[in-house]
Design a protein. Structure first.
Length: 167
């Protein structure tokens, strides 16, 4: 009876390697659109929050992304400088800024969604069909690690990311 060798690679190392490589490929794919993966994620999250109503604040966007307010502010400044987003003072709170996508930002996001969807499909080919059992099982496993990590780290729960940031 042949035994299959157990893969004992550290899960954290594998997750880090995969996420790093995925981000690098996303950055390469989005570069022709003048975006990075982080900027794309911000635009997609901002669009999603706006669909839910209103003009979200930088704080709300940072919370939705699970990123620091300082990092989100840095990303927004770059996107605002390129005419993709606007940050306007909130009439109810002088410290807050209300965010929206410009028409150019909407157009760039639409193109980026197509690019990211194609990349996602290409990079996840080993899992079979995007809606197949292996891909779904992988999503479930990854999602289960997020709140577990938060519990271990003693931090507030991570925000639930959109099921698909590229609709």
């Amino acid at each position: 009876m042949d035994s299959i060798a157990m893969d004992r690679a550290a899960l954290g190392s594998l997750v880090w390697q995969l996420s790093t490589r995925w981000r690098v490929e996303a950055d390469r794919s989005l570069a022709p659109l003048g975006l990075t993966q982080a900027q794309y994620a911000l635009l997609a999250a901002l669009s999603g929050l706006r669909r839910k109503g209103g003009e979200p604040s930088q704080q709300a966007l940072a919370k939705a992304l699970g990123l620091s307010a300082i990092y989100v502010s840095k990303l927004l400044r770059a996107l605002e400088g390129r005419g993709l987003v606007t940050r306007l003072p909130d009439p109810r709170d002088a410290r807050a800024r209300r965010l929206s996508l410009t028409p150019l930002g909407e157009s760039r996001l639409k193109a980026a969604r197509k690019t990211v969807a194609a990349l996602d499909q290409r990079l996840s080919e080993p899992l079979g069909e995007p809606d197949g059992g292996a891909a779904q099982a992988f999503r479930i496993m990854l999602r289960s690690l997020l709140p577990h990590h938060d519990q271990i780290a003693g931090s507030a729960p991570s925000p639930t990311p959109p099921a698909d940031p590229s609709p």
